[in-house]
Design a protein around this ligand. Structure first.
Ligand code: 5AD
Ligand code: SF4
Length: 550
C-alpha cells in the first residue's frame, strides 16, 4: 500500500467533487454513508453526476457475477472519459477490489485506487495520496494506490489490529439531524463485520474477512446518538447477526464501575449454552434487550441477516417481550434439500430449519419471515429442486429472494464443483420459485385486508416519486423528490387507487416489514415522513398493502 501521511494533515484544496455509486447489500450502503460523512467532514463535496466529478468511486459487490458485470461496464465508461479528462480519479472500493485485487488494475489501467471493505478507514489517505500524485508533473502517469487486506485479517495476530482500525470507521459517523430527517429517520448500525461460515458458494468470508463483533458500548453509543439526532428506526447489520457475542476482556463494567474479572468464560468449549449471558459475555439477545431498555425513544429496532443455526429461544423471548423490536426475520435457507445444504456447508438440515420456523411462529405469531434460495447449485437434481419448492411453500415467507447459482472464483464451490446446471434450467427453476412465492406473498398480504396496521412512513411511494419527477421535468413542480426505501423493489407494483393533484401517495413499512401505501393531502405529506401512523388496509398487491390513514 502506498501512503504518506495522515488524512487530517491534508493541505489540499477542498473543492474536489466526488461521485459515489453503491452496489449490493445494506452493509455497502452503510459503508458508503460512512465514507460520505468522512469525506464531507474533510471538505469534499458530492455530486449525483459522475461527469461533473473529479473523483469517481464505485462501492462494489462480488456476491454474484451479475453485480460485478455492472461495475466493469461503469469502469469502461469512465475509462473512455478519462482520455479527455485524465485528471479524473477513478476508485474501486468494496468487495470487488478485495476479490480481484491487483488483477483488476492490470485489466483496467484507468483505475487509480483500490480499497477493500476491511480497509475503508484508509480511503481518505488513499484519495489524498492519489490526488497528490495526479497533481504532479505528469498527470497521465498516475501511479495506482491500493489498500487490500488480503488474507491478513484471518491471522489471529492481525485480527485485533483489524478490529481497532475498522472500529474507527464506525466511530467516525457523523450525527446530523438534517440528514437524519432527509433519510426518513431510518439508520443502519453495524454490530458485526465479516463472516466465519464459509458457505462453499460465497465470497464474503474472503472479501470481508473474519467475523469481528463490535463492543456493545460502542453500538449503544452510536444508537443513542442517532436517536438524539432524530432517528426513529435502527436496523442492526451483520452477515449473521444472531452469532453476535462480545467477550468482555479482563474486566467488566457494571453501572459504570470496572469490576475485576471473576474467571474465564466458556469461550471455545461449549459445555454450557453458548447463547446465555454469563456476565462476561454480551450475547445477541442481551444486546437487543439493552438497546430496547436503554433507548426508550427509539421506536423501531430491526436486524438483518439471521443465520438459521444457533438462533436461540433467548432472542425470541426478548423479541416477544420488547414491543419496539420489529416482528420480522430475514433467515436465508438457500435450499430445501439436505444433500445440497451439506454441499453448501450450511451446517443445518431442513428439519432443523423447520423446527426454527415453528419456534418463531410459537413465540411470535404475528411475525413475518423472509428468506433467500439459490437454484441451480452444482448437481441440483429435479428432486432437490422440488424439495426447495416444498420448503418455500411450507414456510409461508412474506417474500423471498431467489438467486441463480453464480460460480465465484476463489470459493470452494468454484474450485471443486462443476457448474453443471444450464443457464436455461437455472432460469426455469428461478421462475418456478418466484411464481410460487408470488402466490404466497399475495395470500400473506390479503390476510391483512380490513385490519389496521402500524406503519413507519419512509417517504413518498416510488410511483409518486416518478410522477413528481415527471411533473418537475414538465415544469409544473418546483423540484424533484427523492425516495429512500431500503430493500424490496416495488417499482412494478400498480396501486389500485390513483391520487389526484391534491393527494400524495406515501409509502412505509409495518413492523413485519410489509410495504404499505396510502394517500394523504399533499400539504401534510412532509410532516408524516419519519412518523409512525395507523393505516386501515383496504387493498393489496403481491408485495404491498394499500389503505387509508386512520
Ligand atoms: N450465487 C448465487 N447466489 C449467491 N448468494 C451468495 N452467493 C451466491 C452465489 N455464488 C446469495 C445467497 C445469499 C444472498 C445474499 O446472495 O442467497 O443469502
Ligand atoms: Fe456468505 Fe454463508 Fe457468510 Fe452468508 S453465512 S455471508 S452466505 S458465507
Amino acid at each position: 500500500m502506498m501512503m504518506s501521511r495522515c488524512p487530517n494533515q491534508s493541505d489540499l484544496p477542498t473543492t474536489h467533487r466526488v461521485f459515489l455509486e453503491t452496489f449490493g447489500c445494506q452493509m455497502n450502503e452503510l459503508d458508503s454513508e460512512l465514507i460520505v460523512g468522512q469525506l464531507e467532514g474533510m471538505g469534499y463535496r458530492f455530486t449525483d453526476d459522475w461527469k461533473q466529478a473529479d473523483i469517481v468511486l464505485y462501492n462494489t459487490c462480488s456476491v454474484r457475477e451479475h453485480a460485478e458485470a455492472k461495475v466493469y461496464s461503469r469502469l469502461g465508461r469512465v475509462g473512455s472519459r478519462k482520455r479527455d479528462r485524465p485528471q479524473t480519479l477513478l476508485g474501486v472500493i468494496g468487495c470487488m477490489a478485495e476479490r480481484d485485487g491487483r488483477d483488476l488494475l492490470r485489466r483496467y489501467p484507468q483505475v487509480d485506487l483500490l480499497c477493500g471493505p476491511g480497509e475503508l478507514d484508509k480511503l481518505p489517505m488513499l484519495i489524498d495520496n492519489a490526488l497528490k500524485t495526479a497533481m504532479a508533473d505528469d498527470p497521465v502517469n498516475v501511479s495506482q494506490t491500493v489498500a487490500l487486506q488480503g488474507s491478513a485479517s484471518r491471522r489471529s495476530g492481525t485480527l485485533a489490529a483489524a478490529e481497532d482500525r475498522l472500529e474507527f470507521l464506525d466511530l467516525s459517523r457523523r450525527f446530523n439531524p438534517e440528514a437524519a430527517q432527509a433519510q426518513a429517520r431510518s439508520a443502519y448500525v453495524r454490530i458485526t463485520r465479516g463472516c466465519n461460515k464459509f458457505c462453499t458458494y460465497c465470497v464474503v468470508p474472503f472479501t470481508r474477512g473474519a467475523e469481528i463483533h463490535r463492543p456493545p458500548d460502542h453500538i449503544l453509543d452510536e444508537c443513542r446518538r442517532l436517536v438524539e439526532a432524530g432517528v426513529v428506526e435502527i436496523t442492526l447489520l451483520g452477515q449473521t447477526v444472531n452469532h453476535y457475542r462480545f467477550e468482555h476482556g479482563h474486566a467488566v463494567e457494571v453501572h459504570g464501575v470496572v469490576q475485576p474479572q471473576k474467571g474465564r468464560s466458556y469461550a471455545g468449549g461449549h459445555d454450557r449454552d453458548p447463547f446465555t449471558d454469563d456476565g462476561h459475555t454480551t450475547t445477541f439477545a442481551k444486546l437487543l434487550q439493552r438497546i430496547h431498555e436503554e433507548l426508550p425513544d427509539l421506536q423501531r429496532l430491526r436486524f438483518v441477516t439471521s443465520y438459521p443455526r444457533d438462533f436461540g429461544n433467548d432472542v425470541l423471548e426478548v423479541m416477544r417481550d420488547c414491543p419496539r423490536i420489529c416482528r420480522y426475520l430475514h433467515v436465508p435457507v438457500q435450499s430445501g434439500s439436505n444433500r445440497i445444504l451439506e454441499m453448501m456447508n450450511r451446517g443445518y438440515t431442513v428439519e432443523e430449519y423447520k423446527d426454527f420456523i415453528e419456534r418463531v411462529r410459537a413465540y411470535l405469531p404475528d411475525a413475518q419471515l423472509a428468506s433467500d434460495f439459490i437454484v441451480g447449485f452444482p448437481t441440483e437434481t429435479e428432486e432437490d429442486f422440488q424439495a426447495s419448492v416444498e420448503l418455500l411453500t411450507w414456510s409461508r415467507f412474506k417474500n423471498c429472494f431467489v438467486f441463480k447459482y453464480s460460480p465465484r472464483p476463489g470459493t470452494p464451490a468454484f474450485d471443486k464443483m462443476k457448474d453443471d446446471i444450464s443457464e436455461e434450467e437455472k432460469k426455469r427453476r428461478n421462475n418456478v420459485m418466484l411464481s410460487e412465492q408470488a402466490a404466497i406473498s399475495r395470500a400473506v398480504h390479503e390476510s391483512y385486508l380490513g385490519s389496521t396496521v402500524e406503519v413507519f412512513v419512509e417517504g413518498v411511494s416510488s410511483r409518486e416519486a416518478r410522477k413528481q419527477r415527471r411533473a418537475a421535468r414538465d415544469g409544473s413542480l418546483g423540484g424533484a423528490v427523492s425516495l429512500t426505501v431500503h430493500g424490496n423493489d416495488i417499482n412494478s407494483e400498480v396501486a389500485p387507487t390513483m391520487s389526484d393533484d391534491e393527494t400524495v401517495q406515501m409509502s412505509g413499512r409495518t413492523s413485519g416489514d410489509l410495504i404499505t401505501m396510502f394517500d394523504v393531502p399533499a400539504t401534510t405529506s412532509d410532516s408524516l415522513i419519519g412518523a409512525i401512523v395507523q393505516v386501515h388496509v383496504t387493498n393489496h398487491a403481491p408485495l404491498a398493502l394499500f389503505g387509508e390513514l386512520v
